[in-house]
Design a protein around this ligand. Structure first.
Ligand SMILES: NC(=O)c1ccc[n+]([C@@H]2O[C@H](COP(=O)([O-])OP(=O)(O)OC[C@H]3O[C@@H](n4cnc5c(N)ncnc54)[C@H](OP(=O)(O)O)[C@@H]3O)[C@@H](O)[C@H]2O)c1
Length: 285
């Protein structure tokens, strides 16, 4: 039986993909920070007669330590992971800069660092699967934002949109670095942009933007179920390339600035230093 780990698997695109995978007989490990959403997913799995094939793991992925603990918990309980789908996200487009207890800017921590930690830490359980895939769901192909090399934590000139876009561009480079670092890995790393998808994301925006985005979603967005289908297809039949990027079903060229290998390796080295400075919490016996 395939095991698919989905961060942000309790809501939006991740939840739709979790239910899709349960319907096709996979074991799903869904991760989110809210217990109530996890319990709702477990109840939906029960209704599909799939309660024996679903686990909810609660983790606040703004914390590097929590992401490391999550990786340990998955390694301890899953002999192999066939698919890792990275969807956990909470946009903070407005408001003041916030910093996690570990000292990282919020968007950098949640949307980028947690994905960095999980992708690298789960490599060995992924490599135990016959055809392992990582799908990093973000916005590849959107020519907005950049990595602020001289100030990754945006201590100067912070803006919520700037931070969100930086985390997206950092994820483009995260995927581009993976095959450079592990040339022999069987893991297929896919950066995936689902387009505009109607999810609960606007719930976390302030008014009047919430009303505006909700209205746009009503007329222009695809449903989470429809958005999950191409991701499921990529998990089932990944491309041959070690790294690829898609916007919907369109494959993106990789010889473009967002995926430059030198930048990808530079960011990897900087990130490794940041992550290594956080000591993993002692393992519970
Ligand atoms: N929707 C779109 O139009 C769109 C467009 C392009 C790209 N994307 C990308 O697609 C992915 C999924 O987006 P979505 O719209 O489906 O999001 P969503 O409906 O807002 O769901 C976000 C998920 O992330 C989890 N999450 C949030 N904060 C977390 C934390 N601190 N720790 C652990 N989990 C956390 C949420 O669970 P809890 O609330 O319980 O924490 C939830 O399961 C994101 O990466 C997003 O950037 C979305």
């Amino acid at each position: 039986m395939q095991t698919i780990v989905i961060t942000g698997g309790t809501d939006g695109i991740g939840r739709a993909l979790a239910l899709h995978q349960l319907r096709r007989g996979a074991h799903v490990v869904a991760v989110g920070s809210t217990s109530a959403k996890g319990e709702a997913l477990l109840a939906e799995a029960d209704a599909l007669s799939a309660s024996g094939r679903v686990d909810f793991l609660r983790a606040d992925l703004t914390s590097v330590g929590a992401a490391q603990d999550l990786a340990s918990a998955i390694e301890d309980t899953c002999a192999r992971v066939d698919g890792l789908v990275l969807c956990a996200q909470r946009y903070r487009l407005f408001g003041p800069r916030t910093v996690t207890a570990e000292g990282f800017e919020h968007s950098f921590a949640l949307a980028y660092l947690s994905r960095y930690v999980l992708g690298h830490r789960l490599r060995s359980v992924l490599e135990s699967a016959p055809c392992p895939v990582i799908v990093n769901v973000g916005t590849p192909g959107v020519p907005l934002g950049r990595v602020h090399w001289d100030d990754l934590q945006l201590t100067r000139r912070y803006g919520g949109t700037r931070a969100t876009l930086q985390s997206f561009r950092a994820n483009d480079l995260l995927g581009a670095a993976f095959p450079e670092l592990y040339p022999d890995t069987p893991i297929r790393y896919i950066g995936y942009n689902p387009g505009v998808v109607s999810t609960g994301m606007p719930r976390h925006l302030p008014q009047p933007l919430r009303a505006l985005v909700t209205a746009v979603f009503t007329v222009a967005a695809t449903s989470a179920d429809k958005a999950a289908a191409p991701i499921a297809a990529l998990l089932e039949t990944p491309p041959d390339a070690a790294f690829s990027a898609y916007r919907g079903t369109r494959r993106l060229p990789l010889d473009t600035r967002p995926f430059r290998k030198e930048d990808a390796l530079r960011l990897h080295t900087l990130t490794r230093g940041l992550v290594d400075a956080i000591s993993p919490a002692p393992r519970e016996e």
